[in-house]
Ligand binder design. Sequence first.
Ligand SMILES: Nc1ncnc2c1ncn2[C@@H]1O[C@H](COP(=O)(O)OP(=O)(O)OP(=O)(O)O)[C@@H](O)[C@H]1O
Ligand SMILES: [Mg+2]
Length: 342
Amino acid sequence: MSMDNIILEVKDLAVKFKMNEGDVYAVNGVNYILPEGKSIGIVGESGCGKTVSSYALNRLLPNYANLSGQILFKERDGSITDIVKLKPEGKEIRRIRGKDISMIFQEPMTSLSPVHTICNQISEAMILFQGMTKKQARNRSIELLKLVGIPHAERRVDEYPFQFSGGMRQRAMIAMALARNPRVLIADEPTTALDVTLQAQVLGLIQDMQNEFNLSLILITHDLGVVAHMVDYIYIMYFGRIVESGPVLEIFDNPYHPYTKGLLKSIPKLRGKRGEKVSSIPGTVPSAYYEPKGCVFAARCSHAMDKCVEKSPEEICISAEHKVSCYLYSGEEEEKNAADAG
Ligand SMILES: Nc1ncnc2c1ncn2[C@@H]1O[C@H](COP(=O)(O)OP(=O)(O)OP(=O)(O)O)[C@@H](O)[C@H]1O
Ligand SMILES: [Mg+2]
């Protein structure tokens, strides 16, 4: 298989948690492609499997998670590694985590260690994977903190995470991710904990870093408004599946899936008419204890038909790169197929 210009391809990825109460179907067959040096946004509401599917890329799932599908990663030498096939705590995956695929986690306070200084945490991967001395790693840590806009970096590098504000912790996490010289950066809701002004700054910073280091970026968010100016392609995720995907402008100008349309309507309009109400999609993401049968969105969809709950719709190509999984658009095809057959 050829992966020219593609650094990561996720195929039919599924994650099921084996719990005492039953299985949790967190990710139910996700497909996406990350072109080298480009950025994709994975967008969907809370609980739809964004974090779990991205943890899978680094095999950061607990041992009661059942992982299937393929995660094809193109190594520096051009060879392809299927991350799903690697041993969970083996050398290979630790190497990939240490210098290829870095993550900015959703909750900085739970992923930064409270008992180690910022310096130690940024330095760790550089000492382990780049053979730097402690002193070299410290100097590079200071450089990186300056790069992400931490004032008085020479002094603050020796502080602990609790001494940093929320925005600074987020920046320290970005510095930590960059210290690995990664080729793929996953940013999981990197700005949810921040106020609006800081959000814009941190997103701008991630974008600058992407350009500067030629990173391939996966940006995860529940807010379509956030990704609009940040990514090349959007993948709309619902209940562990991608329901629509395509180039960012096509998705914004010409959304097909009822869920995508709902998400677009729920973006707060800054310059909208005064008093204009932001609509939200009625209902919530279903309990992940049920194995989805049929279209994952059917229960909340105002257009749902009988077949929607029976069998999951095939993916249809709207244009070369714009795809949707929805029966509303498969009718013509069926008729055409019938006509062709008859
Ligand atoms: N370790 C776990 N054990 C069992 N179930 C889990 C675990 N982690 C996540 N889940 C479940 O998997 C589903 C997907 O969760 P995930 O954290 O990926 O959602 P998300 O899209 O990232 O949501 P949010 O926007 O709130 O971050 C949810 O139903 C969640 O409860
Ligand atoms: Mg999440």
